[in-house]
Structure formats: C-alpha cells, structure tokens
Design a protein around this ligand. Structure first.
Ligand SMILES: [Fe+2]
Ligand SMILES: [Fe+2]
Length: 238
C-alpha cells in the first residue's frame, strides 16, 4: 500500500500514537506536494517528484511516535514547554529529565528513518525523515555559553527533501505564531525568514537562484491558501 493512502498502517499507527505530530505532518505534506507540483510546472531542469514530496511530508516526523509526549503538539495546545520544531530553548526543558528529553528529540529523524525502513517505504521518501532537520541547531542555551546542540544530519540530498525541510519550519512557525487569526500573518516575511535560516542546510545542492525564488513564491501562495482556510485539508483529502 502507498503511504499516500490514509489507511496505510504506518499512518494509522502515527495518527494513533502522536496525533498532534500527525496533524502537523498533514500540513507539511500538503505544502510540500503543492510546491513540488508548481516547480514541475515551472519547467526547471531539475529532478523532482511531487509524490515523493507528499510522502516525505507525511512521514517526516514518524520518529516522534517513540516519545510523543516530548512534543508539545501531542500534549494539548495550551501547554507551552517545548516548541513544535526547530530550535528549542534549552532552558525550557524540564530540568529533571533534560538530557533524556533532549536525546529523544535529537533522535527523532533517525528513529523515523528506521521506522520507515520497517514499513518498507521507498528510499527517496524515507530519506525525508532523517534529513528534515539536517545538522541544524536543535537547542540553544541562554546562559551557560555551551555550543548549541545540533541534529546529527545528514543534510538534504534532493529537492524533495529541501521542500519538506522548508515546509516543516513554515508549518511550525505558523502554528507557533498563530493566535487565532492566520489572516494577520505576513507570509512573505515568514517564508523569507525560514528559507534564509535553512540556506546552510541546502546550499551544497547548488540550486539555481531562480528556482529558490520560485519555491519561496509558491510557499507563500500555498501557506496563505492552507492556513487561512480551515477546510483546505478536508478538500485535498489527505
Ligand atoms: Fe522533526
Ligand atoms: Fe516536523
């Protein structure tokens, strides 16, 4: 069975064990697929498969099933402690289990990669799990001068993986910044900022600057579409 089928057993398990992460993954998948389709239509001379981007978005965070409660999206929207994604303040981790919690969070890309292998998913979809944070910063401390802790990588090796990486931080940033009115978000600014923060994770791929600009435009368009219309996910039937 293809992972894009809602009844795929991995998706059922993910939905059951980590419902908040699953919801976030639907957003990432919808954005990734739409942006990839736009880039195909734009006729750039690069290999890109929108279905890989869709599948990769759907499963990028399946590793969170291992310790779902370490992520705020699975513990109710009102309980603010850890951010959904990306750089987390070290000081916000509970002191009692700081190291263990950090280790669980840092492991989720590789955990997801192994889970996807157990389910025999195609390599190009599976890669989106372990590369979606690349070797980017995971935690930073405000007071002890320690080097920020980083994910283990590797960095994205394909355009689909880059798209999933950007969709991930766009969805997380929208969810963090949303106070009930997604219409008020400046999506151009948000996408600009998130792509700029991730550039060091994909510059080795030497993507043409025009393609990156097109990708940003496309992210803005579909983010507005996705986040300002609550019915969108239902309509696209993910
Ligand atoms: Fe993640
Ligand atoms: Fe994510």
């Amino acid at each position: 069975m293809n992972i894009i089928s809602p009844s795929h057993p991995l998706r059922s398990e993910f939905r059951r064990k980590a419902p908040g992460s699953y919801d976030h993954s639907l957003g990432v998948a919808a954005l990734s697929n739409a942006v990839a389709l736009d880039l195909v239509e734009s006729g750039f001379d690069v290999e890109i498969d929108p279905e890989i981007a869709l599948g990769g978005g759907l499963i990028h965070d399946v590793g969170k099933m291992i310790s779902p409660a370490s992520y705020v999206e699975n513990r109710g929207r009102l309980q603010e402690c850890l951010g959904d994604e990306d750089v987390v303040s070290w000081d916000s981790l509970p002191v009692a289990d700081r190291n263990q919690r950090a280790a669980e969070i840092l492991a989720h890309p590789l955990d997801g990669f192994e889970i996807a292998e157990d389910y025999d998913l195609p390599d190009r979809v599976r890669e989106c799990t372990r590369t979606h944070h690349g070797d980017g910063r995971a935690f930073e401390s405000s007071d002890n001068g320690e080097e920020p802790r980083r994910y283990d990588g590797p960095k994205p090796g394909s355009l689909e993986e880059v798209i999933v990486m950007i969709a991930d931080v766009v969805d997380a940033a929208v969810n963090r910044g949303r106070n009930g009115d997604a219409m008020k978000i400046d999506y151009v600014d948000l996408v600009d900022r998130e792509v700029a923060r991730k550039t060091d994770q994909f510059e080795h791929l030497n993507l043409p600057p025009e393609l990156i600009e097109e990708m940003k435009k496309s992210f803005v368009k579909y983010a507005i579409f996705l986040y300002t219309d609550p019915d969108v996910l239902r309509i696209i039937n993910l």
